[in-house]
Design a binder for this molecule. Structure first.
Ligand SMILES: [Zn+2]
Length: 317
């Protein structure tokens, strides 16, 4: 039996919907619809400081207004914390995670100076081998974060747009945090659990996440051993899209005060005007198999997703 394609759009409600969100929403939607699959909407609102329910409401309103129809959801990660908690317990029971009591100052010192634009701060595995007595002692003064035990591994995956990716994970150094000391779940953990439990088979997102994909694949493989999910054997197909940048080289996020869908709607744009403006800005006209003006999301369903346009890392708007 042929596997049904299940894709998802998973925005964080930290601002109103902008062109960067629209880009990923559209690509994930078109890809799934072209394959006769299902599109899941998931709100990634575990960051309690930055997420706002008004932004969630805004995202849903904008998606609906622009013609997106989701088959499942919206799921909200903030309501799924007991699931994450139970997975953490299972990982702990299998000795796959450990508490880390390192101070921020210590972590800062062990991190080598990152290269320009690089966010990687390798850890040195300091808390991996603490004895139970040492842990008990440290626990009196500090709540720990939890790190996944990563073993020396080469992770390789084929990204449909960015090509073959290989990353070597190093034991101790790539032991990434899955729950922070303040109790907040790490992005990597929530994403991997949700994709697994929701039976996601295709991930379309920005290629700025290529770097964490290897960690996510590693974690997913670990979870297979501890969760008895039917979907655990599924392989995820990745399509990581070029990141849209403004002409000034800045990302089209809320922080750069870029124009939001809400702004456009309130200034009198119709959905048809938003789509035709968007297609022109990104230069999508040349990859539509039928050359015509785009007035709706359904006009984009003929987009040629094999075009070299999607193999770039950046598109300037
Ligand atoms: Zn530590």
């Amino acid at each position: 039996m042929k596997q049904v394609v299940r894709g998802r759009f998973a925005p964080s409600p930290t601002g109103y919907m902008h062109m960067g969100n629209l880009w990923i929403a559209m690509l994930s939607y078109v890809s799934v619809r072209q394959q006769g699959g299902q599109w899941i909407l998931r709100i990634e609102d575990i960051d309690r400081q930055r997420s706002q329910s008004s932004y969630t409401a805004g995202l849903l309103q904008d998606l609906d207004w622009l013609g997106f129809q989701w088959d499942e959801g919206p799921y909200q990660q903030s309501r799924r914390q007991s699931l994450y908690e139970s997975v953490l317990q299972q990982l702990e029971a299998h000795n796959l995670v450990y508490p880390c009591y390192c101070s921020r100052a210590r972590l800062h010192n062990v991190s080598s100076a990152p290269h320009l634009g690089e966010k990687r701060h390798p850890y040195d595995g300091h808390c991996r081998e603490l004895s139970l007595a040492e842990r008990d002692q440290l626990a009196k003064n500090k709540k720990p974060s939890y790190r996944l035990k990563v073993e020396d591994t080469r992770v390789q995956f084929l990204d449909a747009w960015q090509g073959l990716q290989t990353k070597n994970l190093k034991a101790g150094y790539d032991d990434f945090v899955i729950r922070r000391a303040d109790g907040m779940w790490a992005y990597n953990l929530a994403v991997v659990i949700d994709d697994l439990v929701m039976g996601v088979t295709e991930v379309v997102r920005g290629c700025d996440l290529l770097d964490v994909t290897a960690q996510q694949i590693y974690l997913r493989n670990q979870l297979r051993a501890v969760c008895h999910q039917e979907s655990a054997s599924m392989v995820i197909h990745y399509k990581q899209a070029p990141v849209l940048l403004g002409q000034d080289g800045h990302r089209l996020s809320k922080r750069q005060h870029s124009v939001t869908i809400k702004d456009l709607r309130e200034s009198g744009y119709t959905p048809a005007m938003v789509w035709s403006h968007f297609v022109e800005q990104v230069g999508l006209g040349k990859v539509l198999s039928e050359r015509r003006r785009v007035h709706s999301l359904s006009d984009l369903l003929t987009l040629d997703l094999n075009s070299s346009l999607f193999k770039q890392e950046i598109i300037y708007m």
